[in-house]
Design a protein around this ligand. Sequence first.
Ligand code: PLP
Length: 364
Amino acid sequence: MTGRAVARVDLAAVEANAARLRGALTGGAQLCAVVKANGYGHGAAACARAALAGGATWLAVATADEAAELRAAGIEGPRILVVGATTDEELEVALAARADVAASTPEAVARVAGRAPVHVKLDTGMGRLGTRDTAVADAAIEAAGDRLAGLWTHFATADDRESPFFAEQLERFRAWAAPHRERRPELLVHAANSAATLREPASHFDLVRCGVALYGLDPFGEDPANVGLRPALELRSYVAELKPIAPGESAGYGRRFVATRPTFIATLPIGYGDGWRRALTNNADVVIGGERYPLVGTVSMDNITVDVGPEPSVRPGDPAILLGAGILAEEVASRLETINYEVTVALMPRVRRDHHRDGRPVAP
Ligand SMILES: *Cc1c(COP(=O)(O)O)cnc(C)c1O
């Protein structure tokens, strides 16, 4: 029997995905593994180690606490870049974790006061963090002096192959960064996320920051196998109870499923309290014993119900697969009208993470 709500994460897949990305890199670029948000729900430290084994040489996170967590887990060697904004308090946490930090203005560089390597960010069109003004970014470079480690930007439309904006951002960034890089060849110039890494070698520069693809999720929302990626996460529950249901009887809150024929309902003890979103009500499949069955009725906080048909081969205790066994996060994302990122990031702490390599358990 399997657990109530378990994310089985194959670290061999994460390692293979890192090696796949590394293999695509041009001109000696390094791979930075982005393990923010608990490694997109897959477990940050375990996935960081697997990515490093697959050839990553840098790590990136969004928050100072995430950097501290990696150091506390014993990841001592690799540089960690905190890409997000930090309050004064968070900056101290990042510094204590020996992280590299981002800045865009001379004032932001002054706050670091030479205590950490700084990556100066130019906003080339994302319209979020970073200055749009190259003169301000140049002044930040000046202020950083010999603590300047990198020059970077972030793409808004790398995942949209039709968008001409990607090329515009790339050119704006190249035009700014190239002369600085020529003067100071030790600087790390970086721009690419997973989508850019896979689609445009000219975006690789000295380092690429890949998150989603590491976990075997396709940045373009299609089948990850098309780009040689292996999904790393399988979400499992089990059949806690099996009961017959007659026409006119219902399952779940609000009676949003009413049987129209005699059938059997399997109840799985997993729900939106685990991150299996309520919008999947009457709108997902579950694989039990190699067969796909429809999730029927309302997703509750702690349970879902599945129509396993009038003559079920399903038995109480059978494992049930919600992600994996042919159900891709991309399929679930499309049902939810969101992106695959959100499907795995949504998995709550109460979902147990079991790490393994090709089925062999690994210590947490
Ligand atoms: C999250 C993030 C990435 C990684 O993006 P993916 O699409 O997951 O590869 C890279 N850079 C920055 C600044 C990010 O916030």
